[in-house]
Design a binder for this molecule. Sequence first.
Ligand SMILES: Nc1ncnc2c1ncn2[C@@H]1O[C@H](COP(=O)(O)OP(=O)(O)O)[C@@H](O)[C@H]1O
Ligand SMILES: [Mg+2]
Length: 398
Amino acid sequence: MKINVGVIFGGDSVEHEVSIISALQAMENIDEEKYKVIPIYISKDRNWYTGESLRDMDTYKYFDSMKKYTKQITLARKGDQVFLEKVKGIFRKDVDYIDVAFPIVHGKGVEDGSLSGYLETLGLPVVGPGVLGASVGQDKVVLKQVLAAYNIKTPKYVWFYDYEYNLNENNVIDKVEKLGYPVIVKPANLGSTIGISVAHNTDTLKKAIDEALEYEAKIVVEEMIPNLLELNCAVLGNYEYQETSLIAEMKTGHELLTFEDKYLGGSKGKTGSKVPSKGGMSNSKFDIPAKISKEMEEEVYDMSVQTYRALNLNGVCRIDFLVNKETGEVYVNEPNTIPGSLSFYMFKPKGKSYMELTDELIKMAIKDYKNNKKKTSSFSSNILSNYNAAKGFKKGVK
Ligand SMILES: Nc1ncnc2c1ncn2[C@@H]1O[C@H](COP(=O)(O)OP(=O)(O)O)[C@@H](O)[C@H]1O
Ligand SMILES: [Mg+2]
């Protein structure tokens, strides 16, 4: 019998559309001899839908008029199975069921562990990161703190909340200026490129902070890595096994040496420096494999696996690196715990097809779920039998 795979995508995130593209592409690359693919779309207003028409890009171009060809559903656990239950109508009819969830979502509110947590609570095998890895991967400050514990280098930084800045602006500015200009100002959790800008002096720093504060209360300011080369390396695996992809090099790094060169041109942002969207990643121009030395290659592979393990990740994660071409220093910029296109293009030249990648991911999620279940179910507690609600705990039981 085929395994039912619920591919869940969309959600209330600025990367909603990128998620649709990633998911439609992935669904075409799941082996339908083995698996039944069930699309589950979360609209921007957080309603959930299913139906074959959700595999067609045109459906999303006119979703308001096309949604009549879909069914609005919710996930409901009944007994030991998770069903797609129709929301509308008098009878809560089950449309289908899923054996495994395959979330392909990007950005805050979905990729940050919210969706993994919900699916894990329902008791489903889930492809990709658990709550911990997804949420640590999302917060640029917590990420740095965790990586520092493993001596994994990230750019120097200062972070603060909006109220601290409002209370004592000069204090925050002083701390930031110790990093030395130029600096790059980012909202800590956005997970897309919105609200990021570069500052060269106190004046532009204040503007950059104001802009970032429009999006979030937690801000991180980093030193700018000069002579920038950007590398990506994906890791596929789980807690006990990790396989790296080839390393990709962003071609833009060759032509445009500074951040300003890359992003300032033609921008009309308040601070003048906008960053292109992460969604463009899969369409961007890469060199695969990257044209770097053997030593740097080894360093990037090593840092990728260490980062993956430090964050307790599962599934495929693309780790982005910043390199100072002059000094050869390599820094982790950020992990993308559910990368655009699932980074299939970085595994393909290694001989792993997109279909083999999704097959491995699904199998791994089911295997890990089963192993995990064995561990938790072997624990039994008699705490309730010792508890007397009227009198409190029995003597001797804390
Ligand atoms: N410390 C830095 N030094 C130089 N360039 C940076 C630095 N941080 C970010 N960038 C540039 O800005 C881009 C977006 O930053 P990133 O932290 O990846 O934000 P997002 O989470 O929005 O993708 C990077 O791909 C890189 O080109
Ligand atoms: Mg990025």
